[in-house]
Design a protein. Sequence first.
Length: 269
Amino acid sequence: YHEDKFLRWDIIKTKLDTIPLSKDEKNFDRGPLVIPSWIGVLSLLSPLAGLAAFVYSAWQVYNGIVNHPFAHETMEEKFLHMVVRGMPLVFIVMALRATIRQWAVMTGSCWLPHRHEVASLEDRRATWASLKAAELSTYTQDLEVASGFQFFAVWCFGQVCSRALRSVVMKEARQFAGNTSPARLQQQPAEQAVEGEMEGTMSRDARILLQLGILGLHSFVILGVIKTVVNMIIAMCSADSRMVATVEPVQQMFLHTFDPVFIFATFLS
């Protein structure tokens, strides 16, 4: 914030002038390193919004630990609840890390340790390309870690919901089975048999619907984790600027094939 005077373009341009930029990057009117004013404002506000959200989420986690009655819960159930509550904290931290990577490239800050190096223009351009590739790779990895933890939290939330629904179904079944009202006691054996069969059918249908819902959720989470892992591997490979031209076609082919399946799993869940 202080060094770049809140992303002032004249300050950033001065730093970028010392970098051996490509022809497109030297276009300070519409080039890829130009930060539009409205995007700059949003980018500056994002850490403040993230900090506020982090404090609020941390308070929610603390409040849940202090005020939530854990006595009747198993350690696994406590873990599931904490993961769901704590997911925003991880996502906010990784998103802010990714924002720092963006600023390092867009403001030329990652070049500062190399600004006084004496080397040929070709070597300096290679250094800039390597630095830029490393920052963009780390930026992608930060977001993928956040995405991967989000999928894990969704799975934990699904487990919490399935246990709650299963508990409700079992409770209703026990109440129905324990119904000893005079009207039921006066039923004929045939009527009681029919009613018992209906009870079993309702319980079985409820379990089937519950399993179908969880199956859709599991499909969404599994495909999401696969997508996250593949994107992280691709990002790690692209940290080497020489690999970018090789990795990009592979990534495009993977996304073109995988995205329709992932979208279908999203609707299914």
